[in-house]
Write a protein that binds this ligand. Structure first.
Ligand code: SR1
Ligand code: MG
Length: 433
C-alpha cells in the first residue's frame, strides 16, 4: 500500500465491492473482528442494511457480538455508477472518527478495524439505537439528546479550532483533510447551487411547489445570500466539521447519542454543523403536522422539538464559551493582548460577539439545509413519508418560508427564540397552491 493509496488518493489495488461471501472470508481473516464476533464464521449472520445515499452497510452478528461494517462504493449509491465518487472518503471518515472519539469520547461509534484497500471500516454495532430521523418521524422525544449533541459540537469544533490549536498544528490538520474535496463538492453543488437553478437532479413535490421552485430560481436576494454562505463553506477553515450532521447521521436511544458517518469531514465553518442540527430539527417540526392522525395529536412532540432547537443553540454556545474561557491554548486571541480586568472584560465581550457571528452563520446554513431537502436531489423521510402529497407540500412550504426569511433576513434574528417563534407562527400557515 502506497502512502497516497492509504490516504485515499488512488483506488487501492485490492479494492473490490464485497458480497456476503467475500465479506465473511475477509472478516474471518481479521483476528480483532473475528474475536469480537465469536463462533465459527459460517454461522455469522450478515445483512446489508445501508439506506444512505453513498455506501454499503452490513450488520454482522456472531455468537459473542455484532459489528456494523461500512464499505465505500466507487460511486454514489443513490444515483449509480454514472456518478463516480472517490473511495478516499472511507479514509477521511476513519480519520474524523478517530479525532472525534478523542475529542468527544463516547459520542461516536468505536472503531474495531479499518481496511484502507477495501475502503472498509468495522465499528461497534449500535443496538438498540435507531437513526434519530426515524424516531422523530414516529414522534419520539429524546431527553438526553441536547446534552450529548451540544457536547459533541462544542468539543469537536472548539478543540480543532485556532482557539485551541497552535497555528502550525491547525495548518497540518487542515492539510490532512484537504483531499476530501470531492465530498465537499457534493455539498457545494447540491446544497449551495443546484436548488437555485435548473438542475437535472432537482426534484420537489410537484405540482404544488412548482411556483415556489420557480420563485427560488428567480430570487436574486436569495442567490446573494446562498452565495455568501457558499463562500464561507469554501474558504472558512475554522474547525474540523462533521460536514453532514443531519438527523440521519445521529443514532439515539433514550439515554445515548452517537454521531455516525463523518465522511464529509473537513476543515470548514463551524456554523455548518450547528446549522445542520438546527435545520433537521426544524424540518422534523414542520413535517410533524403531516404525520398526525388527529389534530393536535403531536403537540407535545412539536413543543419538545422547538424546545430542543432552543437548547441546542444555547447549550452549544454555553459549552463552547466555557471551553474558550478555560482551555484557550491556541494562537488566536493571545491573552497578552488583553491584560488586567479591562482586558479580560474586552475579551469576554469579543467572545460574545464571536458567538453572535457564529449564530448568524448557523441559521444561514440551516436555511440552506432546509431548501436543499425540498428542492434538491437528496430529500429526507421527514417529508417524504407524508403520503398525501398536498399535505406534504403544505409542510414543506412552511419550512421553505422560514428558510427564505432566515437566509435573506439573517441579521434580524438575534436570538434562537426569534427563530423558534417564527417557526411556531408558520405552523398553521396555509400556503396557496
Ligand atoms: C449524492 S449524496 C447526497 C447527500 O447524501 C449525504 O448524506 C449528503 O447529505 C449529501 O449531500
Ligand atoms: Mg451519511
Amino acid at each position: 500500500m502506497t502512502t497516497s493509496a492509504a490516504a485515499g488518493q488512488a483506488t487501492p489495488s485490492g479494492y473490490r465491492i464485497l458480497n456476503e461471501t467475500d465479506l465473511r472470508l475477509t472478516l474471518a481473516a481479521t483476528p480483532a473482528v473475528a474475536d469480537q464476533l465469536g463462533g465459527p464464521a459460517e454461522r455469522w449472520s450478515i445483512t446489508e442494511v445501508g439506506d444512505g445515499n453513498l455506501n454499503l452497510v452490513f450488520i454482522v452478528k456472531g455468537s459473542s457480538g455484532g459489528l456494523a461494517v461500512k464499505q465505500a462504493l466507487p460511486y454514489v449509491r443513490l444515483v449509480g455508477e454514472s456518478w463516480p465518487l472517490p473511495l478516499s472518503r472511507a479514509h477521511y471518515e476513519h480519520l474524523a472518527l478517530t479525532h472525534q472519539n478523542r475529542l468527544a469520547p463516547g459520542l461516536v461509534p468505536a472503531i474495531v478495524h479499518h481496511d484502507a484497500a477495501l475502503a472498509l471500516t468495522a465499528m461497534e454495532l449500535l443496538e438498540p439505537h435507531i437513526i434519530m430521523r426515524k424516531g422523530l418521524v414516529a414522534g419520539t422525544t429524546y431527553p438526553a439528546f441536547v446534552d450529548h449533541i451540544t457536547t459533541f459540537m462544542a468539543r469537536t469544533l472548539f478543540f480543532s479550532s485556532d482557539l485551541a490549536l497552535s497555528a502550525a498544528s491547525k495548518k497540518e490538520a487542515i492539510a490532512s483533510f484537504a483531499g476530501n474535496h470531492a465530498l465537499c463538492k457534493i455539498t457545494e453543488d447540491l446544497i449551495f447551487t443546484d436548488p437555485y437553478r435548473i438542475a437535472e437532479q432537482n426534484r420537489w413535490t410537484a405540482p404544488w411547489l412548482d411556483a415556489t421552485a420557480a420563485d427560488i430560481r428567480a430570487d436574486l436576494d436569495l442567490h446573494v445570500a446562498v452565495s455568501r454562505l457558499k463562500l464561507k463553506f469554501l474558504s472558512n477553515a475554522e474547525a474540523l466539521i462533521h460536514g453532514d450532521l443531519h438527523t440521519g447521521s445521529i443514532m439515539v436511544t433514550e439515554t445515548e447519542t452517537k454521531v455516525i458517518d463523518p465522511e464529509f469531514a473537513f476543515y470548514g465553518p463551524m456554523g455548518f454543523d450547528v446549522g445542520a442540527v438546527l435545520a433537521n430539527l426544524l424540518m422534523a417540526y414542520f413535517a410533524s403536522a403531516g404525520h398526525e392522525r388527529t389534530q393536535g395529536e403531536r403537540e407535545a412532540f412539536e413543543g419538545w422539538v422547538l424546545g430542543t432547537v432552543d437548547q441546542v443553540w444555547s447549550g452549544f454556545a454555553r459549552k463552547f464559551l466555557a471551553l474558550w474561557r478555560s482551555e484557550a491554548t491556541g494562537d488566536a486571541y493571545p491573552l497578552s493582548l488583553f491584560p488586567g480586568e479591562t482586558g479580560a472584560a474586552r475579551l469576554e465581550a469579543e467572545r460574545q460577539a464571536y458567538m453572535a457571528r457564529l449564530f448568524q452563520d448557523a441559521i444561514g446554513f440551516a436555511a440552506a439545509k432546509i431548501i436543499r431537502r425540498i428542492f434538491g436531489l437528496a430529500h429526507n423521510i421527514d417529508f417524504e413519508l407524508i403520503a398525501d402529497e398536498s399535505r406534504r407540500a403544505t409542510c414543506e412550504a412552511r419550512a421553505v418560508r422560514l428558510a427564505r426569511t432566515l437566509m435573506v433576513e439573517t441579521a434580524s434574528f438575534t436570538s434562537i427564540e426569534a427563530v423558534t417563534r417564527a417557526a411556531r407562527e408558520l405552523r398553521h400557515w396555509q400556503p396557496e397552491f
